[in-house]
Design a binder for this molecule. Structure first.
Ligand SMILES: Nc1nc2c(c(=O)[nH]1)N[C@H]1C(S)=C(S)[C@@H](COP(=O)(O)O)O[C@H]1N2
Ligand SMILES: [Mo]
Length: 357
């Protein structure tokens, strides 16, 4: 259940003074001069639009809302102010056939995301104008963004300009381009959609041990012998490599966010940069994996698990020692418990404890 004020599975708190900026950094710079308007149109009895002053003149509410980013950071009870989306919908009167909302940003790529109308009514999103009693800052979507409680943060469009009321769903940017899950419920860990390759296609790629530059979501390669696998620049979010033989594999510049490497043999594998892009293993799980002689130089490791956090899962700690390379800045992004484990392990010589729980 969606409990306010607590962490959904496999999320971790961002530093108290930090609110990371994710995705686009600004509204469309070519339209700086244009006055801001939020339009609500489509399957409604009356289309409406509001200037910023008109939005600010509507009854304002203050709410504390928990933010959960799919890349695993959360911030609890963020103080926002603005107008409930419901207020705007009430003014326009959605027609009986209306079933979806598409939120569109005033941004260079016309960024968007969508929500079922029924979900919008139960989740009660806020059209946000203020944060901590100040105008919302531009990098976080100011002057106006939507915040949808109870969904991963990619459902909360920054620089909101238009809300379309639709009969059919219009998949958003992350949902159609990056395989993010359209339901996005953090309590059900709906991070990514199911695999986009058939089993046979994926099997053929694995047979050749070459995934370089491929984009394969949710790849299933548990327990396979993939020694020397080439996966330079591959996009392998949520890939399943548990107990796979991956010694000397090359994941340089690959995106392996939330990948599963539990118990994998990664001896001598490389997670360095490729074409100036570091490997991204944010949220990946390396419990019980052999990480000796693995090179994580320039890789981002936010939310990575190397050792048990709570003892409730079945894998022990990763095997790492002085031959494992991880940047100090990357270690600082880990939880205190993971940091502690990694620092000790990297100082040890030879075999480091691999306690099975
Ligand atoms: N216009 C726009 N809105 C967006 C995005 C984006 O790239 N463009 N990224 C989404 C994602 S993935 C996240 S996690 C949040 C990040 O909000 P923040 O930068 O304020 O933390 O914005 C969401 N809304
Ligand atoms: Mo995100």
């Amino acid at each position: 259940m969606a409990e306010q004020g607590s962490l959904p599975p496999h999320q971790q708190l961002a530093a108290p003074d930090k609110w990371p900026v994710v995705g686009e950094k600004t509204a469309d710079p070519h339209r700086h001069q244009e006055a801001w308007q939020v339009r609500l149109a489509g399957l409604v009895a009356t289309s409406c639009s509001w200037t910023l002053a008109e939005l600010a003149a509507l009854p304002q509410v203050s709410r504390r809302i928990d933010l959960h980013c799919v890349t695993r950071w959360s911030k609890l009870a963020m103080p926002f102010g603005g107008v409930p989306l419901r207020t705007l919908l009430d003014r326009c009167q959605p027609l009986p056939e209306a079933r979806y909302l598409s939120f569109i940003a005033r941004s260079a790529r016309g960024h968007s995301t969508s929500l079922a109308l029924a979900d919008a009514l139960t989740l009660d999103p806020l059209v946000v104008l203020r944060h901590q009693d100040q105008p919302l800052t531009p990098e976080h979507g100011g002057p106006v963004r939507i915040i949808v409680p109870g969904r991963y943060l990619y459902k909360s469009v920054k620089w909101l300009e238009e809300i379309q009321v639709l009969e059919d769903d219009q998949l958003g940017y992350w949902e159609s381009e990056a395989g993010y899950h359209n339901e996005a419920d953090p309590w059900k860990e709906q991070r990514y959609i199911v695999p986009n390759l058939s089993h046979t296609e994926a099997y053929a790629l694995l047979q050749r041990r070459d995934l370089s530059g491929r984009n394969v979501l949710g790849l299933r390669a548990e327990r396979q012998n993939l020694a020397g696998l080439q996966a330079r620049g591959a996009i392998l979010r949520d890939a399943h490599f548990a107990e796979a033989q991956l010694s000397n594999a090359c994941f340089d510049g690959a995106n392996l966010s939330n990948a599963h490497f539990e118990g994998a043999n990664l001896h001598g594998a490389s997670f360095r940069s490729f074409n100036g892009i570091g490997a991204d293993v944010e949220g990946a799980n390396f419990r019980g994996a052999d990480l000796r002689a693995v090179d994580f130089t320039a890789a981002s490791l936010f939310g990575v698990t190397f050792c048990p956090e709570d003892g409730s899962e079945s894998w022990g700690s990763a095997i790492m020692d002085h031959t494992t390379r991880i940047d100090e800045e990357a270690i600082e992004k880990l939880t205190p418990l993971q940091q502690d484990f990694v620092r000790k392990a990297l100082r040890s010589s030879g075999f480091y404890l691999n306690e099975k729980t």
